[in-house]
Design a protein around this ligand. Structure first.
Ligand code: DGJ
Length: 726
């Protein structure tokens, strides 16, 4: 049993293989957090201390006892208005505008299996997998408000999930002003906070800071999870490294705005909360209505950050991604964006496809520019009618010609958007999120459709279906190229619009996935602006960044690897000099950096030299041999590229017999110190042969001393090593 309840002390314990999570409904009915850490037995209520703390209020029920204060005690679901002045998870305003509500334990249920969430993505358990759900209900009598706290436990994956459902059971409306889904309270504060910040073309940069007094807050108020901060936060002991020490992760299964705050309080205690962004959010609940706080995936590792990442990798690969592409090899693509941008015609596409076929790719992806009036990126979104004059044929004929060359055909769309210069906008100006009588902000000259509007959802579903029906399209790149600014919906109360937008998106994606299970959808939002577990539920791979520069990608992939597996990461080899940075890098290094689950090329094959063509053809053959270990193997970061002169990473097959190590050096320097690469995850007591050199190494020595890297003879040199267990 992974969920236990001790009736005499009203203590709940959640066990995974290597961790234990514990909480208690105390004598006042407050749900106090006791423990989350390495697996343990017994009850850990000794962490609770009680002292008279000035200016920390006491609940009325505590009578004259001034030592009981929710401002000090660790809690499971801290709420505003109970005398807890730290960051709280729920703020409720009643029909008279009064804030605050006191929630007490009113019951619980333990059930088999992992809960799901209506309309929202969530971790699922596989049929053969042990999973349990604990639901704890809290109530407020004055408002007749119920809050169900959901805990999902996947013991073998060391995963605990949390979500929350707030329901108005009273007779008057009330408004949820803030809603978080998960909280971690610790009675001490010796931690670092790790977050992943960035910008368009430079997403998920690793950042580690000591927790300090006050709140360290990350989030997005852009209506998307964002390039700027990934919805993922790690709390780590100061001494935690890749291979040792304690760390806790929180990852939001949501693609809209979010907030995560790590706080060190007046008594040096720590609280981390994660939930919906408060910006433009005021969710009114009528009688009988409820709102769901999206899920947070938590994991604890006592073996450092490497193990924490591996827990997330497993969970996303096997318990978030769905459909036939979850486990199967994805096609190797040639994408036309950086090859041609919008400047092409049907003949050029076929010429590119012919050359791509010779190189060995599986699929041609026709990116932006294929529909009427789309000769640059400033117009025509929304109409989704192929420009047959430009293509010289119908979309279906183009797809057929590509298929006849022996390639699959994929297509770019951006269905959530509309251009002012479009038939759709002229016909339905009321379908757009624009504030009446205000001039809207434009982002890349485009406006955002109101996805909570049923007709809009129907239109998008039909438009995408029509494309998929009219031509043999086996892959869709689902793009999204601006942040939401105006939050206005004609179909829902405006405090709900930003949340309901995301429900609308998820509904459309769900319908498309179930009607077209054989179509692979790649997510994209100007690269990695919606690179989150929520999207991975619908799109098993996401274009990682609009920056295709190999050296920048090393850093982007490094940060990405903390929360997400290589199998979901889409990366392409592009031309040199790179279009974003102007950097000239060796073709080999571009390949090594791009080798991931969603692999391909983003260059014009007609412009390649014969040598480059030969090299690419052999890269593709090599990729086919290595792809399984990349997608299914255990991933290890072997260096921190921000701190070391090189970036190295490793994949080890689950049985430990095969190992692939990649490394790249950025700038070469005179008389460089020798670089050693130290692999991990090999089976102790065994020997491994370097497949290329034939050299044999003892696994333990290799994992201790590493092996020397041949000194680079140029900037941006890269290396691949394959080891086989003897
Ligand atoms: C942004 C994407 O990230 C690019 O790869 C490309 O598809 C463009 N949009 C097309 O407009």
């Amino acid at each position: 049993m992974s969920v236990e309840y001790d009736i005499s002390t009203r203590t709940f314990t959640l066990h995974t293989k290597n961790s234990t999570y514990q909480m208690r409904a105390d004598s006042f009915g407050y749900l106090l957090h006791l423990y989350y850490g390495r697996r343990t037995q017994g009850i850990t209520d000794w962490v609770l201390t009680f002292s008279d703390r000035g200016f920390s209020g006491n609940p009325y029920d505590a009578g004259n006892d001034r030592t009981y204060s929710l401002d000090v005690l660790p809690q499971e679901f801290p709420i505003q208005g109970t005398g807890d002045y730290r960051n709280t998870m729920l703020e409720v305003r009643d029909a008279d505008g009064v804030y605050g509500c006191d929630l007490r334990y009113s019951g619980h249920e333990i059930s088999e299996g992992k809960y799901s969430l209506k309309g929202l993505p969530a971790v699922y358990a596989n049929p053969d997998e042990e999973a349990q759900t604990l639901t704890i209900t809290l109530r407020n009598e004055r408002l007749n408000l119920s809050v169900r706290l959901l805990y999902g436990v996947l013991p073998d994956k060391d995963i605990i999930t949390r979500s929350v459902i707030v329901r108005n059971e009273g007779t008057r409306p009330l408004t949820v002003m803030k809603l978080c889904s998960s909280c971690l309270d610790f009675t001490h504060g010796n931690f670092d906070v790790i977050t992943f910040h960035g910008r368009h073309m430079m997403e998920r940069q690793f950042d580690r800071q000591p927790l300090h007094h006050g709140s360290q807050v990350i989030g997005s108020n852009r209506g998307m999870s964002s390039h700027q901060y990934n919805p993922f936060i790690i709390l780590a002991g100061h001494d935690a490294t890749e291979i040792s020490g304690r760390c806790w992760g929180m990852q939001f299964v949501y693609s809209g705005g979010f907030e995560a705050a790590a706080e060190l309080d007046q008594f040096d205690q720590t609280r981390v909360i994660m939930g919906l962004s408060r910006e433009k959010f005021a969710y009114e609940l009528e009688t009988g209505e409820e709102v769901i706080g999206p899920e947070v995936i938590m994991t604890f590792s006592n073996e450092g950050l490497g193990k924490l990442s591996q827990n997330y990798h497993e969970c996303i690969r096997k318990n978030i991604c769905r459909g036939k592409f979850r486990a199967s090899n994805r096609p190797i693509v040639l994408n036309t964006w950086e090859a041609l941008y919008c400047d092409f015609n049907g003949k050029k596409i076929i010429d590119v496809a012919k050359e791509a076929k010779k190189l060995g790719v599986d699929m041609l992806v026709l990116d932006d520019g294929w529909f009427l009036k789309r000769d640059d990126d400033s117009r025509a979104l929304g109409d989704w009618v192929a420009d047959e004059t430009k293509l010289g044929c119908t979309l279906s004929e183009l797809a057929r010609s590509v298929n006849e060359l022996g390639l699959k055909f994929g297509l770019w769309v951006e269905p959530e958007m509309v251009s002012e210069d479009s038939w759709l906008y002229r016909e339905h100006p009321d379908w757009v999120m624009i504030i009446p009588n205000e001039k809207p902000t434009r982002g890349r000259n485009q406006l955002v459709l109101d996805l909570f509007h049923r007709d809009v959802r129907e239109y998008i579903f039909e438009a995408v279906s029509k494309l998929l029906e009219q031509a043999n399209i086996e892959y869709l790149k689902w793009d999204y190229n601006r942040s939401i600014n105006e939050v206005y919906s004609r179909k829902t109360k405006n405090g709900k619009a930003i949340y309901n937008y995301m429900l609308g998106l998820y509904e459309i994606l769900e319908r498309i996935n179930s009607r077209y299970p054989d179509v692979l959808i790649e997510g994209c939002a100007g690269g990695g602006g919606r690179f989150d577990a929520g999207m991975f539920y619908y799109t098993p791979q996401i274009w990682c960044s609009d920056n295709t520069d190999a050296i920048d990608r090393l850093n982007i992939h490094y940060g990405t690897s903390f929360g997400y597996p290589a199998s979901v990461l889409s990366a392409h080899v592009s031309s040199s000099p790179n279009h974003q940075t102007g950097r000239i890098t060796p073709l080999k290094t571009r390949y090594v950096a791009a080798m991931s689950g969603g692999f391909g090329y983003e260059l014009n094959p007609l412009a390649l030299s014969d040598d480059e063509k030969r090299e690419i053809a052999s890269q593709i053959e090599q990729y086919r041999r290595d792809r399984t270990i990349v997608s299914d193997g255990l991933y290890y970061r072997l260096s921190n590229p921000a701190e070391e002169a090189f970036c190295a990473w490793e994949y080890v097959s689950e049985d430990g017999t095969n190992v692939l190590v990649n490394a790249a050096v950025s700038l070469n320097h005179g008389n460089m110190p020798q670089i050693y690469i130290t692999p991990r995850g090999l089976t102790s007591g065994k020997f491994y042969r370097d497949v290329d050199s034939g050299k044999v190494y003892s696994s333990d020595a290799l994992m201790d001393s590493g092996f020397p890297l041949k000194m680079p003879a140029r900037d941006f040199e890269s290396y691949t090593f394959r080891f086989k267990q003897l």
